[in-house]
Design a protein around this ligand. Structure first.
Ligand code: PLP
Length: 394
């Protein structure tokens, strides 16, 4: 089936930055327009927005194979979700540790680093020169003092996808938990929180889920909800939330305990519309199509004079393709925290602005080029990008 009519952006741009801020789907745009019209004409009196809450949480739960809507909280962004876990655990002790990688997006670093004030040690597993994060190295770093391993399922700067299952097994064995920054995979790749052993997962909706910025989901394994204390407290996280005069101080028993106040309703309705579409297309189909597009791109890049840096093995690739034009006389590896040569930096920026002139949108990250097509992009658009890149490299 052709889903391109759902994406008006196809008429305007060759857009390949879904790992940045994606376009919202046409359905999400319609949901927001309808909301604006209803809010202007009837305020909330028609009431049906609120009936969508449970349906949308159910759709989100289905997408990641959570047990149900009771395991999903709505959050304003990934950072808030991760911070809810970091601060939701209240019995941090001097000497506890948290394991991350040394190339996490800052949303999955600072909430853990902030725990240093409780004496918590932050252990960073180093990314390998080829962009992989070694699962054995992560597992070997886990000790009885490890409370949390927190990793991006897919790394934003390399596109590397990590195998989470052995890590969850190891950290559970040591008595800790696995937290996942899922923003670069949910909506694109099959994510199964139960099969992968994920305890907590946070993801804003504005990338692969094709929702607007500022509205996302936090998954919390139902069994662990009682042990977490909400770090932002308001009227809504209480069991008697709708009984305003009843000041019974008791948190919701399910993931709603992490929702302190009113929702961003237009954001929720838009994300809900996109999630419905994603479920309709099917996550396996979405991944199959995107995988074909990124493979086409990676096959064509060397002929266009570019070097692919993203791991491309079937179990390690994602929707992100990082590549670089060959700098004369050197072959830099994708090293952690490396500072690219400023002329290389200027070169990739020049290429991106050349592409912009042809209405092709990709970005630079850490001195490299990054393209991230989604399932609805067309093979012809990949050809267009490759042709344009050939022109830029000359
Ligand atoms: C891996 C990862 N985590 C988180 C974010 C964004 O965090 P937030 O949703 O808190 O803005 C990004 C954005 O690029 C990202 O790539």
């Amino acid at each position: 089936m052709d889903w391109s009519s759902e994406f008006p952006i196809l008429n305007e741009l060759v857009f390949m930055n879904h790992a940045g801020v994606a376009p919202i789907s046409g359905r999400a745009a319609s949901a927001m327009k309808i909301y604006a019209n209803e809010a202007a004409n009837f305020a909330y009196t028609q009431g049906h927005w609120y009936r969508r809450i449970r349906e949308i949480k159910t759709a989100a739960a289905q997408l990641i194979n959570a047990r149900g809507p009771q395991e999903i909280a709505f959050i304003p962004n990934t950072s808030t979700g991760i911070s809810s876990i970091a601060n939701g655990i209240t019995d941090w002790c001097e000497g506890d540790n948290v394991i991350i990688s040394d190339v996490e997006y800052p949303a999955n670093r600072y909430p853990w680093e902030d725990l240093k004030r409780h004496g918590v040690e932050l252990i960073e597993v180093r990314q390998q020169a080829d962009g992989h994060i070694d699962v054995d190295q992560v597992c070997n770093a886990i000790t009885n003092s490890t409370r949390i391993v927190s990793l991006s399922h897919v790394q934003y700067a390399s596109g590397f996808r990590i195998n989470l299952k052995p890590i969850s097994e190891m950290v559970h064995h040591a008595g800790g938990y696995l937290c996942v920054d899922g923003i670069q995979s949910v909506g694109l790749l099959p994510v199964d929180v139960q099969a992968m052993g994920i305890d907590f997962l946070s993801a804003d909706g504005h990338k692969w889920m094709l929702g607007p910025e500022g509205f996302g989901i936090l998954y919390i394994n139902e069994d662990l909800i009682p042990m977490l204390h909400p770090h932002v407290v308001g009227w809504m996280n209480m069991v008697q939330a709708m009984d305003f005069g009843n000041y019974r101080f008791e948190f919701q028993p399910d993931a709603r305990r992490f929702e302190p106040g009113s929702y961003n309703i237009p954001g929720m309705l838009a994300l809900g519309a996109s999630l419905d579409m994603i479920l309709e297309v099917g996550i396996d189909e979405i991944w199959k199509r995107t995988d074909a597009l990124t493979t086409q791109l990676c096959d064509g890049l060397p002929q266009a004079g570019y070097r692919v840096l993203s791991p491309r093995e079937p179990n390690a690739c994602s929707g992100i393709v990082v590549f670089e034009p060959p700098p004369p006389g050197s072959t830099p590896a994708l090293a952690p925290g490396s500072v690219p040569q400023s002329d290389a930096d200027l070169n990739v920026k020049r290429i991106v602005s050349e592409l912009e002139k042809q209405n092709i949108h990709i970005v630079t990250r850490n001195g490299r080029l990054r393209a991230s097509p989604h399932f609805y992009n067309q093979p012809e658009q990949i050809e267009q990008l490759l042709d344009a890149l050939k022109g830029c490299g000359e």
